[in-house]
Design a protein around this ligand. Sequence first.
Ligand code: SAM
Length: 321
Amino acid sequence: MNNHNPMHVPVLLEAVVRNALPENGKIFADCTFGLGGHTKAILEEYPQITKVFAVDRDAEILNYSIDKNPDPRIARFQAKASELPEVLEHTGCKGADGILLDLGVSSYQLDSSERGFSFMRSGPLDMRMDKRDKITAENIVNTYEKSELEHIFFEYGEEKFARRITDAIIRKRAEKTITTTEDLAKIICDAVPAANKSKKHIHPATRVFQALRIEVNNELGEIEDFLAVALDCLNPGGHLSIISFHSLEDRLIKNFMQKFAKGCDCPPNFPVCVCGKKPTLEVLTKKAIFADEDEIAVNPRSRSARLRCCKKILTVNHEKA
Ligand SMILES: C[S@@+](CC[C@H](N)C(=O)[O-])C[C@H]1O[C@@H](n2cnc3c(N)ncnc32)[C@H](O)[C@@H]1O
């Protein structure tokens, strides 16, 4: 690590704590543990918690978090959120009363230049949350087809200059392999029109770096895999809270909650239900919760955060997501 005192300010903390568990919940699973800021506040609010499953894909952050959050009720596991069933099974636990996902990366990871997540710091083009994964941002930037790169920048980064930036990358990589965050950030800056580089715009590399991180870590696929097992990991009456930072992520989460809150999936023109499917969850946040101006002023990262929560209903047999 080259950062001296990495910090991460947990977003939407009050709403997360309020919705995290039912009143008498005892088992909590924080599947994106990071430095454990959310969990720390949750443990303070729900002293009856007996065990926390602290799951993170990133071994380094989990190790670092031990000093920050040494509570003996916390058991740490390097795993993906979608591997929560295996984590629970490993300890013989049947289910959690609260599950939290706070997606994306921690400031700890962004501040660490050697992890390659940030265009603000010079480092290798890596961006893997789990260093055991094979694909790095360098692989993607230097080997993906032009159409694939453009698609990723446009879809995951919502980057309107995706084509210009892709063209610039293709030209540069023909001369020399692009290996550092600094090199890539410069290529992007040079490709974006000057009018879009003023102080009122976000840094021109922001969206492409986000898009690459999502692709490197298969973040959307991982949310789908997690949602497919999430209800099985919750005890009846248990709460699921998810903070996302991207409209594609939020759409997956919103659709999942709506689908299982509705139950019946008969076509709307059927006079009566013939599928017999019952709701298996209740949505606790009718609309997504966003940060207010005060929070955004202190923690600009919270600007794009949105929280959705639901509660598992006391039925046992539900269809898989
Ligand atoms: C935004 S940070 C979480 C911060 C945490 N809530 C806190 O207060 O410190 C996201 C963390 O989740 C991890 N992560 C992201 N997606 C994950 C996934 N699908 N499975 C497991 N960990 C994941 C990242 O490595 C990172 O440490």
